[in-house]
Design a protein around this ligand. Structure first.
Ligand SMILES: CC(C)(COP(=O)(O)OP(=O)(O)OC[C@H]1O[C@@H](n2cnc3c(N)ncnc32)[C@H](O)[C@@H]1OP(=O)(O)O)[C@@H](O)C(=O)NCCC(=O)NCCS
Length: 181
């Protein structure tokens, strides 16, 4: 097995209510909506300018950057979220966003939990992190609900950040707790 971007999602992941798959042509509008929505971007540095969002969406659907995903609601076929697994600051890191109309239904948790399982099943990595602003209570709840452990807090972009860790089942986290068993 190799790193997650070279093994990246050859088969879409299907859960009870969502499919997680690499972005494709036709997903541009949904991705732009996520980049430009002030509520989605509240703890992510604010909305992205539309022309920048369009350029990023075009790059994402081209497949040039692996590790990107979209979350599709099975019942409607609508792209309700997106994210990526990449090395932003060293370890592999998962980021995610869902459009506000789809919050509070457990859809993001379903997708992230399936991706974390996929990550540890398809790579040799023992650690996957997620960084979220300390004030982003919804994101913190999602991570804790799905087995991530709060590892550290630090300042970045003028805000207090929390770094969470997902570890391979049976691995020991920094505080000595066994996690994801
Ligand atoms: C972070 C984010 C994805 C969380 O979305 P979410 O919908 O709250 O997350 P979940 O999928 O875990 O849903 C859990 C909520 O759905 C509720 N829920 C309702 N039906 C449910 C069901 N069938 N199954 C599970 N949960 C359900 C839960 O009670 C929970 O509500 P609560 O947190 O108020 O207790 C979303 O707020 C978001 O996109 N934010 C903007 C982007 C961002 O900040 N990303 C994080 C940094 S990378």
């Amino acid at each position: 097995m190799s790193d997650p971007v070279t093994t990246w999602l050859p088969v879409p992941i299907r859960t009870g209510r969502v499919v997680v798959r690499p972005p494709d042509r036709g997903d541009e509008d949904a991705i732009v909506e996520l980049f430009t929505d002030p509520e989605v971007r509240r703890f992510l540095g604010g909305p992205v300018e539309p022309e920048v969002a369009h350029a990023r969406a075009a790059e994402i659907v081209s497949g040039a950057t692996r590790g990107q995903f979209v979350i599709v609601e099975l019942a409607t076929g609508v792209v309700v979220g997106s994210g990526d697994i990449s090395r932003k600051r060293g370890p592999w890191e998962i980021s995610y966003q869902l459009r506000p109309a789809s919050w509070g239904r457990g859809l993001a948790s379903e997708a992230i939990s399936a991706l974390v399982d996929w990550f540890f099943a398809n790579t040799d990595e023992d650690l996957l992190i997620a960084v979220t602003q300390d004030a982003n209570a919804r994101s913190a709840r999602l991570l804790e609900r799905n087995g991530a452990t709060l590892a550290t807090r630090f300042e970045q972009y003028g805000a207090l950040q929390r770094q969470y860790e997902f570890r391979r089942a049976g691995q020991v986290g920094p505080e000595g707790h066994r996690v994801r068993v």
